[in-house]
Design a protein around this ligand. Structure first.
Ligand code: SF4
Ligand code: SF4
Length: 101
């Protein structure tokens, strides 16, 4: 289901987890050295200065350099956190605790 994304980039600072086949798809696009392990040893896309390696910031907006092959966790965002007009309504103070702990 589509929703209204403000392109703030917050979701791209959360260490996106990466399945094996998701990793292969990104690799087949010519990308290398984009993986790191999180504290629990799970495969993730690495962060650079706090942003996903594939995030671009320009003129206050963000975009994904691998949008077509981004992992499922990115596609599913913001999970249940939409308001009744379909706008992404993530509470940054509680989101990590609720979904990523
Ligand atoms: S999905 Fe939400 S947190 Fe992510 S960029 Fe869009 S508005 Fe920001
Ligand atoms: S892969 Fe793309 S959508 Fe997913 S966190 Fe990185 S920049 Fe954001």
């Amino acid at each position: 289901m589509s929703f209204n994304c403000k392109r703030c980039g917050y979701c791209c600072t959360l260490v996106p987890r990466l399945g094996f086949f998701e990793m292969i798809k990104i690799w087949l696009k010519g990308n290398r050295n984009f993986i790191e392990k999180d504290g629990a040893g799970r495969r993730c896309i690495k962060l650079v200065d706090g942003d996903c390696y594939f995030l671009e910031r320009k003129d206050g907006k963000t975009s994904c350099r691998i949008y077509d092959v981004r992992p499922q966790t990115c596609r599913d965002f913001p999970y249940g956190e939409k308001n009744n007009t379909g706008e992404c309504n993530v509470d940054k103070r509680s989101f990590k605790e609720k979904y990523l702990s």
